[in-house]
Design a protein around this ligand. Structure first.
Ligand SMILES: NC(=O)c1ccc[n+]([C@@H]2O[C@H](COP(=O)([O-])OP(=O)(O)OC[C@H]3O[C@@H](n4cnc5c(N)ncnc54)[C@H](O)[C@@H]3O)[C@@H](O)[C@H]2O)c1
Length: 250
């Protein structure tokens, strides 16, 4: 039987320095896949470097702000030095909680440029490395791209994440002839730096709104990502997988 992920291949992971991205790095590295982590120049590469060293896979860190198309292309291109690039997971993202009516243009742009433009630029660069040989891209969207979060003002974030889901469909159709599959995963509330700093009553309310009664652990998001990346999902493209403990079913 073919392995789920092919050892010796390389994955690009944006936003891999921490949170869901770091859990994705750990999951692919544990399967023998090398990692190029692309993250913001202010990110600490220590944990991701350690994870790849422990798994004994090739690793490099390339600093780039995903809002900068040229910087993202230059950073992602470095993955080819590690081996054949077959996988990419675009996790880099920011939250945005200002109310819509008074939101300044800069705040709208900050969120949309990181969460949507950044995914587009990364996908373009990853396409260039995969075209001809094929590959699999998973973008991290959010349940906020499907529903409006209760009690949270989230317009820019929700719009950007809905854009990520539909961008994935468009790229899937456009790049299917090149053998590149494109899908997204939409997590529900997940315990990371994004949520860990919330007041306890905020996370308690999130847990209460989730039929499974808790937030996800990052590994519970990373494993469905690996499924979509790998050979068990070989006929799956242009789809979004909700990993939300039932939040959007309620
Ligand atoms: N935590 C949640 O509850 C949750 C729920 C749904 C979706 N998500 C999505 O999952 C993804 C990962 O989120 P997380 O919770 O692990 O967050 P996190 O804040 O722990 O990690 C985000 C990563 O993205 C990087 N990043 C941020 N802005 C960047 C930029 N401009 N250029 C390059 N890198 C940048 C950060 O340095 C960091 O490593 C995000 O896209 C987020 O929207 C998170």
């Amino acid at each position: 039987m073919r392995p789920e992920l092919e050892p010796g291949r390389v994955a690009v992971v944006t936003g891999g320095a921490r949170g869901i991205g770091l859990a994705v790095v750990e999951a692919v590295a544990a399967r023998g896949v090398g990692v190029l982590c692309v993250d913001h120049p202010s990110a600490d590469p220590g944990a991701v470097e350690q994870a790849c060293a422990a798994a004994g896979v090739p690793f490099a860190f390339a600093a780039a702000d995903v809002r900068d198309r040229d910087a993202v292309h230059a950073a992602v291109a470095r993955a080819a030095d590690l081996g054949p690039v077959a996988y990419a997971v675009n996790c880099a993202g920011v939250d945005g909680l200002l109310g819509a009516a008074a939101m300044p243009a800069e705040e709208w742009r900050r969120v949309v440029e990181v969460d949507l433009d950044g995914v587009m630029f990364a996908c373009q660069a990853e396409h260039d490395l995969m075209a001809g040989r094929g590959g699999s891209i998973v973008n991290i969207a959010s349940m906020s791209g499907h529903v409006v979060n209760r009690g949270v003002t989230h317009a820019a974030y929700s719009a950007a994440k809905a854009g990520v889901i539909h961008l994935g469909r468009a790229l899937a159709v456009e790049w299917a002839p090149s053998g590149i599959r494109v899908n997204s995963v939409s997590p529900g509330y997940t315990m990371t730096a994004m949520t860990r700093t919330n007041a306890p009553e905020v996370n308690a309310a999130f847990a209460e709104q989730t039929p499974m009664g808790r937030l996800a652990e990052v590994e519970e998001v990373a494993e469905p990502v690996v499924f979509l990346l790998g050979s068990r999902a070989s006929f799956v493209t242009g789809t979004d997988l909700l990993v939300d403990g039932g939040f959007t079913a309620w």
